[in-house]
Design a binder for this molecule. Structure first.
Ligand code: ASP
Ligand code: MG
Length: 432
């Protein structure tokens, strides 16, 4: 008997039929003798619809109330899913995040989990009931207000709960068969990965792959929890997200069983069109100015991604500093910089949200020469102009025009030999 946490994304519970199908799968796992804890997202586009409603009522909805509103989406799906399970003859009990013991800080819209106390979930399991937990929400330790973890946060709820319950595995059910070498909606010949390390998955998620919430991967890595990303629409084996060691063991086992092989050099390529680029023009070239810029942005709670500083023009002693951040926080970033403009003495700000970040990720980069050469050559052949470059040990990213994002990803996918023979199956549309 295993303890399995099963998380179902919005597209897996989009309507009544999907909910009944998911209920069947949960009950089957339960009847096979396992302890099952379910974590659900809101049905289909419910969260987007609720945000739209809030913005119709109030252009800048109060953060506390927006969180209260959004958590309603997950409450709907947990309750109806529990009903569907009852009709299949098993006992299910639904719990809000707060009831399930998801204790967070009080940062509305981006709360962090500070403690998980799943006492009620454990007792439900002891009664042979199936607990259904509302994803992406918790309760703030200090204010006792209801919080949300940020968009896509149900993955993190599931992983955190799995860790707190010492689960054997956290299964993330989505609308594709696993983690692919590219988004199959953009690259039809994307290939499903058998397994991927936490490090690679972190880079893929940070590069904009939406299959897993970044924080859920960080959490799983910290506690070495195996995550299995798979489809709720098929019975196929999905993609395992594992530590380096567990992955090596798995490859060895697979090889003994007669199947593959060596870990691929490249695990994926990702396009992200949700960032904006801001340039601080004419920054005086002296110590402390970059610190002043990024302190102002940090104080405004802006997450910075890539940064480039040009060589200063000798005649003027001034330089330009360019960085990227999520489009959603660009207005706040511009306001924060405007406020320190006189103090820093820069000339102006330039803003561009027509950009895409294109990334190539793979642990094999560390030990294989020529990856950068192939990367830049294939982009050049595809006519993709490079505006910014950043790298980590296992990732190369560039910024280019959003209009060429899909083409760039397809060119890289082909150049690195990732194209599969057949086309990948996408079971539903939202990628959640
Ligand atoms: N329903 C929330 C969202 O759409 C949380 C989630 O799906 O993970 O972001
Ligand atoms: Mg998701």
């Amino acid at each position: 008997m295993s303890l399995i946490v099963q998380k179902f994304g919005g597209s897996s519970v989009a309507d009544a039929d999907s909910i009944k199908r998911v209920a069947r799968r949960i009950v089957d796992t339960h009847l096979a003798g396992h302890e099952v804890v379910v974590v659900v997202s809101a049905m289909g586009d419910t969260t987007d619809d609720l945000i739209e409603l809030a913005e119709q009522v109030s252009p800048k909805p109060a953060a506390r109330e927006l969180d209260m509103l959004l958590t309603a989406g997950e409450r709907i799906s947990m309750a109806v899913l529990a009903m569907a399970i009852h009709d299949l003859g098993a006992e299910a009990r639904s719990y809000t995040g707060s009831q399930a013991g998801m204790i967070t800080d009080s940062a509305h819209g981006a709360a962090r989990i500070v403690e998980v106390t799943p006492g009620r979930i454990r007792s439900a399991l002891d009664d042979r009931a199936i607990p259904i937990v509302a994803g992406f929400q918790g309760v703030a330790r200090d204010t006792k207000d209801i919080t949300t973890l940020g968009r896509g946060g149900t993955d993190t709820t599931a992983v955190a709960l799995a860790v707190a319950l010492s689960a054997d595995v956290c299964e993330i059910y989505t609308d594709v068969d696993g983690v692919f070498t590219a988004d199959p909606r953009i690259v039809p010949r994307a290939r499903q990965l058998d397994s991927v390390t936490y490090e690679e998955m972190l880079e893929l998620a940070a590069a904009g792959a939406k299959v897993l919430h970044l924080r859920s991967v960080e959490y799983a890595r910290r506690f070495d929890l195996p995550v299995h990303v798979r489809s709720s629409f098929s019975a196929h084996e999905g993609t395992w997200v594992l530590s380096d060691r567990a992955l090596t063991d798995r490859i060895v086992r697979n090889a003994q069983g007669g199947s593959t092989v060596e870990q691929p050099i490249i695990s994926g390529t990702v396009a992200d069109t949700n960032d904006a680029k801001i340039t601080v023009v004419g920054v005086p070239d002296r110590p402390g100015e970059a610190a002043a810029i990024f302190t102002a942005l940090a104080d405004a709670n802006i997450n910075i991604d890539m940064i480039v500083q040009n060589v200063s023009a000798e005649a003027t002693g001034r330089t330009d500093v360019t960085f990227t951040c999520p489009q959603g926080s660009a207005a706040k970033a511009l306001a924060a910089l405007e406020a320190v403009r006189d103090a820093i003495g820069f000339a102006s700000l330039a803003f561009d949200d027509e950009i895409a970040k294109i990334s190539l990720v793979g642990a094999g980069m560390r030990s294989h020469p020529g990856v950068s050469a192939t990367f830049f050559s294939s982009l050049a052949e595809a006519g993709v102009n490079v505006e910014m470059i950043s790298t980590s040990e296992i990732r190369i990213s560039i910024v280019t025009r959003a209009a060429v994002a899909a083409e760039a990803v397809r060119a890289l996918h082909t150049a690195f030999g990732l194209d599969a023979d057949g086309e990948a199956v996408v079971y539903a549309g939202t990628g959640r």
